[in-house]
Design a protein around this ligand. Structure first.
Ligand SMILES: [Zn+2]
Length: 269
């Protein structure tokens, strides 16, 4: 996921101008509501570059490299038009909107969907009759909480990590998807913990907690979850601040590229 301020990378390593990043929002649902999509709306947000962006600074992915190598080994050449389309992907994000007006009980829908959503459901709902817990309402500071938004997955491709882009992309998603939601929950934990030592896992988790704290998430009670109430900080206003950060990052990137070109032409002359 995104890196912490402590291990921020050199801006010159950013492969493209961050201002060129596009966001595509998708919601797949069956017409017949077979998966109770009216209760759990699963939104996928893909951060990517347009086809017209030069990809020379982004290495092809391992799978494409292996495929080309295999073709070369077999035929002795690789088609020059072969390109790695995966280089255009900056990151994948998933958000689940939990809706009270759907055809299923939100508590049971979350319990049945996945272990991760089940854990959140148990932390914030009472089962019978299903309602938010008193503790949850108190922390939000609101008696009338409507729907809930869960930041379910946030993953950036390696070359894009370490520049603070994760919170910027999520701020956009919250502004777009949180209307009607009283709160947003996240479980900050590494997506792939395989091969991590206990210490590495703790550091990764702490890094993620710092990342989400930057856009307003705070620890939720004595649980591993973090929470953000939309009434604490209007996502609309929040995003204005984040866009200013993006402008600064973009300007920094352009300055670093211009400086690199000057030193390059100095070397060539
Ligand atoms: Zn590829």
């Amino acid at each position: 996921m995104t890196a912490t301020a402590a291990d921020k990378r050199d801006i010159a390593e950013l492969p493209c101008d961050p201002d060129d990043i596009l966001l595509s929002y998708a919601l797949e649902a069956s017409l017949g509501n077979h998966e109770y999509e009216d209760t759990l709306e699963k939104w996928r947000v893909t951060a990517h570059l347009g086809e017209d962006v030069g990809m020379d600074d982004i290495p092809p992915c391992d799978a494409c490299t292996a495929k080309w190598q295999a073709a070369y080994d077999a035929d002795g050449y690789v088609d020059e038009d072969e390109r790695c389309p995966h280089r255009l992907v900056v990151g994948e994000f998933e958000l689940v909107k939990v809706r009270w007006s759907g055809s299923q009980n939100p508590y049971w829908a979350m319990r049945e969907e996945s272990q991760s959503l089940s854990g959140i459901a148990e932390a914030i709902f009472i089962e019978e009759p299903t309602d938010y817990t008193e503790e949850f309402r108190e922390q939000i500071g609101d008696e009338d909480i409507d729907d809930l938004l869960v930041l379910y997955k946030a993953e950036l491709a390696d070359v894009w990590r370490g520049f603070g882009l994760g919170p910027m992309i999520v701020a956009d998603a919250l502004r777009r998807l949180s209307p009607g939601c009283g709160a947003v929950m996240v479980h900050p934990t590494p997506i792939d913990a395989s091969g991590m030592t206990k210490d590495q896992w703790i550091r990764a988790r702490e890094g993620l907690r710092e990342t989400w704290a930057r856009i307003g998430f705070v620890p939720y009670a004595r649980t591993p979850y973090m929470i953000y109430a939309t009434k604490w900080a209007d996502p609309q206003i929040q995003q204005v601040a984040v866009r200013e950060e993006l402008e600064d990052l973009s300007a920094e990137w352009r300055a670093a590229r211009a400086a690199a070109r000057v030193s390059q032409s100095g070397l060539n002359s």
